[in-house]
Design a protein around this ligand. Structure first.
Ligand SMILES: [Zn+2]
Ligand SMILES: [Zn+2]
Length: 375
């Protein structure tokens, strides 16, 4: 199916404009003209979940392959059905198309880290993990370049009310006589032994969940998407094509209904902890729980992610960097890991998570490194 595309051009020289994470504007690579993006005064809204789910049931969705003609070189190329922003494979001009899904993204987090900054964070991350710096440099540089993606996510809000049944265990001690051997001689001794007294309990807990985030793309595994959290959704901005210009962007491929089921799993972990606290005592068992989800709402949002893969000893490993916070996560040889960005020499505490948006001095440092590279 044919799709029209749009792109933005420099008023000064006519070259294509791309969103710049450093300037938070549309930039021209050729004449360095910057076109600022007007800040929208529109509020980022939440939408009623039940209403949306009811209306979705009647619609069957088809996968449409997108045929796009480049506005610059007139070449025709194909985009995957769920992509709506990409670059022409022949002349690299950005192409942004219409959405095909019923629910379109209404807000996004703009890229905050540039490609070079993300690459620097990745090198530091991988260097701090498992390779000697000299080996690492040669190896990472020969690998695939980072690609910037705006990937779809659902966020869910819900007020929950849970009734539960279970058992509370209280530890008590009894004195028992025991025969022990001391210096080859048998002796009787009294010792304290722990026992647990179980009591049947029931009760109710309520919770208010805000922005439980679920990745709605299959381009990157769920394990990696989950590890990129937290996302600071308080700074979401209303959707504007200018932010996606030059980046790959996708619509959701995990539905609103399936996303909510995954959100329930995340909420359940919190609810179970609350129930344990509510039961009290030394041990807790939960035998049944019934949860009502009230005031449910959702948002369809785009989050910025730098991603690439590297080959090491004939195996492919995927990794990704949170384009808002700089948190790095990925697959590594031997096992899956959940790793916060450890920024190594840039002042990151050992083992602690360091996010550039909370530590402006790190971003400053990164940017000065990049300037040196260019100069
Ligand atoms: Zn220009
Ligand atoms: Zn082109």
């Amino acid at each position: 199916m044919k799709f029209k595309s749009i792109n933005f051009t420099c008023k000064n020289c006519g070259a294509p404009l791309r969103f710049s994470p450093i300037h938070n504007s549309l930039d021209c690579e050729f004449c360095a003209t910057q076109e600022s993006i007007k800040k929208s005064i529109e509020q980022v809204k939440e939408y009623d979940l039940q209403t949306a789910l009811n209306s979705l049931e009647t619609v069957s969705e088809q996968e449409i392959s997108k045929e796009v003609t480049c506005n610059k070189c007139a070449a025709t190329f194909t985009m995957t059905p769920y992509s709506f922003s990409s670059n022409c494979p022949y002349c690299d001009t950005p192409a942004i198309t219409d959405f095909v899904k019923d629910i379109t993204p209404k807000s996004l987090l703009p890229f905050h880290l540039s490609n070079k900054e993300a690459q620097t964070l990745f090198k530091k991350w991988i260097g701090s993990l498992w390779l000697a710096p000299s080996k690492l440099k040669k190896f990472v540089e020969g690998n695939e370049k980072l690609k910037g993606y705006y990937l779809p996510h659902w966020t869910y809000d819900a007020d929950t009310y849970t009734q539960y049944r279970g058992q509370r265990g209280d530890v008590y001690y009894v004195t028992v006589q025991r025969t022990v051997t001391v210096n080859g001689k048998q002796q009787r001794q009294s010792v304290q032994e722990a026992r647990i007294r179980w009591t049947a309990v029931s009760g109710r807990v309520s919770n208010a969940f805000d922005d439980i985030t679920i990745g709605a793309s299959k381009t990157i595994s769920h394990a990696i998407l989950d590890n990129l959290a937290p996302w600071h959704t308080d700074v979401l901005v209303p959707y504007n094509e200018k932010y996606v210009s030059g980046f790959h962007s996708e619509e959701y491929t995990v539905g609103l209904d399936n996303g909510f089921e995954l959100a329930k799993v995340k909420m359940n972990q919190v609810i179970r902890n609350d129930i344990r606290r509510d039961i009290g005592g030394d041990r807790q068992q939960i035998s049944s729980m019934q949860t009502q989800y009230n005031n449910t709402s959702y948002k369809n949002v785009l989050f910025p992610i730098w991603t690439a893969k590297f080959k090491w000893k004939n195996k492919v490993y995927n990794y990704a960097i949170n384009g808002q916070t700089g948190k790095v996560t990925g697959e590594r040889p031997y096992s899956w890991v959940k790793i916060a960005a450890i920024v190594g020499t840039l002042g990151g505490g050992a083992g602690g998570a360091v996010y550039v948006d909370q530590h402006p001095e790190i971003l400053q440092e990164l940017r000065s490194i990049n300037v040196q590279h260019i100069g």
